[in-house]
Design a protein around this ligand. Structure first.
Ligand SMILES: [Fe+2]
Ligand SMILES: [Fe+2]
Length: 198
């Protein structure tokens, strides 16, 4: 590690440099996911500028948000049996568990203690009844990053430029609709979050 990183964190949230953190993330996720993570960071930094959030916090939340997405089921089962993760998450697959598990690793591996960063990572899969500005930014950056291409993404991008809360409501609603339309099981808290936001 040196002090001549072109983009060095002031280390308010983690002792890891951005480049070391990136290298660790690169070893943990598949290549396409790593590229998505970089695009989420880019989108999050744009939103941070627009809405006045701390760019360092948004960067860390973005870079770590999918750290656990390619973790194996046995790895998660180990975390459950050690009491770090709730067992019920195993019933809903990686789509749900990778948020809480990512937050766990952000704290345990990267030493992040900041509640808003940890909560943002925890909530990024389904949103939360109460979300911080960083949480909303990660939630929407993940949904609208430049590589996303699904019906409605342009509308989500437009909303994100005007009103972050409206963008969150849109994502929460569209995600729930998609789960119902494709016959997927719904993690109960997803409905609670929907009810809170609408
Ligand atoms: Fe994710
Ligand atoms: Fe993501």
């Amino acid at each position: 590690m040196t002090n001549i990183e072109p983009v060095a964190y002031p280390n308010r949230y983690t002792t890891w440099t951005r480049s070391d953190l990136l290298e660790e993330v690169r070893t943990k996720v598949k290549k396409s996911r790593f590229e998505h993570i970089l695009r989420v960071e880019e989108a999050a930094l744009l939103l941070a500028k627009q809405y006045g959030a701390d760019p360092e916090a948004c960067s860390i939340a973005a870079l770590l948000h999918d750290y656990a997405k390619d973790s194996s089921r046995s790895e998660i089962e180990g975390l459950v049996s050690d009491g770090h993760i709730e067992a019920v998450l195993l019933d809903y697959g990686s789509q749900i568990w990778h948020g809480p598990v990512g937050a766990y690793y952000a704290k345990e591996t990267f030493g992040v203690e900041d509640h808003e960063i940890l909560q943002a990572i925890d909530q990024h899969t389904i949103g939360g009844e109460e979300m911080s500005l960083i949480g909303k930014i990660l939630f929407i950056a993940d949904y609208t990053e430049s590589g996303r291409d699904f019906p409605g993404v342009e509308k989500a991008r437009e909303l994100a430029k005007k009103d972050l809360d409206e963008a969150c409501i849109y994502k929460i609603t569209q995600t729930l609709l998609h789960l119902v339309q494709t016959g997927k099981r719904i993690y109960p808290h997803t409905v609670t979050v929907y009810n809170t936001w609408v």
